[in-house]
Design a protein around this ligand. Structure first.
Ligand code: SF4
Length: 344
C-alpha cells in the first residue's frame, strides 16, 4: 500500500546529512546512534549537533564514556536539559562497556539503563540493521496521516505503532532497515511536518489516506494539554571581592540531580515572602534584589527571585567557584539564566 521503495529513493536524494549518520546503505556506529538518540529526546537536531560533536571528541567510544567521571559527563551535558538522561547515559555506558559492547537486539538494548522501546528500536535498526521501526514524534505524525488514524494521542499510540510496523514489513524496508527508519524520520521532519504537510512533494502522496480525506493537517489528534502549574523559588548570589561565587550541588537523584546550583529555597506552589526565604540564605547579609528568572520544565513553570550580596569571605554549605569559570560547570539552563541575570 505504501511502497518502501518510493520512500527509500526519496531518502537517497533528500536525506539530511547528520554527524552521527552513515552513508546510505551503510550501518552507523551503535555508540554514536545511541548517543544521538538520547540527546535528541526532547531536544531539536540543531541544538543537539554542537553538544554531540563535543561529546564524541571528549568521549570517542563507549568505553571512554564509561571510564569518565560523572561530573565531567554532566558538565558536557549542561544546557541540554533533562539531566536524568546524562546520568542514565553514564550508567548505560558502564553496563555496555562491562558487556564488551552494545547488544544487537531490541530486547537486549531495552534491558539497558535509560533505553526505552523507541531508543532500543532506533539503535537496533540504525546501528545494527535489525528490521525494527522506531516510532518517534515524526513517525507518529507520518503514520497517523498515512493511515488516517483518528484516535486521540496518547491513546492512539498502540494503533499507530501497529501501523508503523506494517510499513516496515515491506521487503524493501526489511532490506534497508537503517535507511528506512531514518527515511521516516526525515519525511516527518521535512515534508510531513507538523502544521500543513507538503503533500505535493511527498513520495507517498498518492496512497496517503489522510491526504485523500483532506484531514492530514489535523492529524495526529492530541488530547488538550493541561496548563503547567507555576512554582516559585528564591536563589542567592553570594560573591566575595576576589570574583568567586557560592554554589552547591543538588542531590544525586530527582529533578536536576547532581547538577550545580545557587543556594536557595525549595521550589513550591506559593510565592515566598523575603523574610521567609531569608531563612534559606547561606549567610546573613544585606541582600539586594537582582530580578527574576523564568524557566519551563516539563511539568511546571518556575520563577526564581534572585538576591545578591557580597561578603568578605565565602562560607556556608557548598563550595566557591570563580565566576569567570562558570561555563565549565554542570549548570542547568535555569541556573545559567540566574547567572546571566546576576551579571556573572
Ligand atoms: Fe504526510 Fe502529505 Fe505525505 Fe501524507 S501525503 S504522508 S500527509 S506529506
Amino acid at each position: 500500500m505504501f511502497p518502501a521503495s518510493a520512500l527509500l529513493s526519496w531518502y537517497d536524494r533528500h536525506r539530511r546529512k547528520l554527524p552521527w549518520r552513515a552513508e546510505p546503505g551503510g550501518i552507523a556506529d551503535p555508540y554514536r546512534v545511541w548517543l544521538s538518540e538520547i540527546m535528541l529526546q526532547q531536544t531539536t537536531v540543531t541544538a543537539v549537533i554542537p553538544y554531540y560533536e563535543n561529546f564524541v571528541s571528549r568521549f570517542p567510544t563507549v568505553e571512554a564514556l564509561a571510564a569518565a567521571d560523572l561530573n565531567d559527563v554532566l558538565s558536557q551535558w549542561a544546557g541540554l536539559g533533562y539531566y536524568a538522561r546524562a546520568r542514565n547515559l553514564h550508567a548505560c555506558a558502564k553496563a555496555v562497556a562491562a558487556m564488551g559492547g552494545f547488544p544487537g537486539t531490541v530486547e537486549g538494548l531495552r534491558s539497558l539503563p535509560g533505553i526505552g522501546p523507541y531508543t532500543a528500536a532506533a539503535v537496533a535498526a540504525i546501528g545494527f540493521g535489525v528490521p525494527a521501526v522506531p516510532v518517534d514524534g515524526n513517525v507518529e505524525r507520518v503514520t497517523s496521516r498515512l493511515f488516517a488514524i483518528l484516535d486521540v494521542l496518547p491513546g492512539a499510540r498502540k494503533a499507530i505503532g501497529a501501523a508503523a510496523s506494517l510499513l516496515g514489513e515491506d521487503p524493501d524496508a526489511r532490506a534497508r532497515p537503517s535507511d528506512f527508519a531514518q527515511a521516516l524520520f526525515d519525511l516527518g521532519a521535512s515534508v510531513c511536518s507538523s502544521g500543513q504537510p507538503a503533500c505535493g512533494v511527498c513520495p507517498w502522496m498518492e496512497p496517503c489516506l489522510g491526504r485523500r480525506a483532506g484531514i492530514a493537517a489535523e492529524l495526529p489528534r492530541k488530547a488538550a494539554k493541561k496548563a503547567r502549574p507555576l512554582r516559585h523559588g528564591v536563589s542567592f548570589w553570594v560573591t566575595d571581592g576576589a570574583g568567586n561565587v557560592l554554589l552547591r550541588r543538588r542531590p544525586a537523584s530527582g529533578l536536576l540531580g547532581g547538577m550545580v546550583e545557587l543556594p536557595g529555597t525549595p521550589w513550591r506552589d506559593a510565592e515566598w515572602a523575603f523574610e521567609e526565604a531569608a531563612e534559606f540564605a547561606p549567610v546573613a547579609a544585606n541582600w539586594r534584589p537582582m530580578g527574576q528568572v523564568r524557566h519551563g520544565f516539563t511539568h511546571f513553570e518556575l520563577t526564581i527571585e534572585l538576591f545578591a550580596a557580597e561578603v568578605a569571605e565565602i562560607g556556608g554549605e557548598g563550595f566557591s567557584h570563580a565566576v569567570s569559570g562558570l561555563g565549565d560547570l554542570a549548570l542547568p539552563s535555569v541556573m545559567r539564566k540566574c547567572v546571566a541575570v546576576a551579571g556573572g
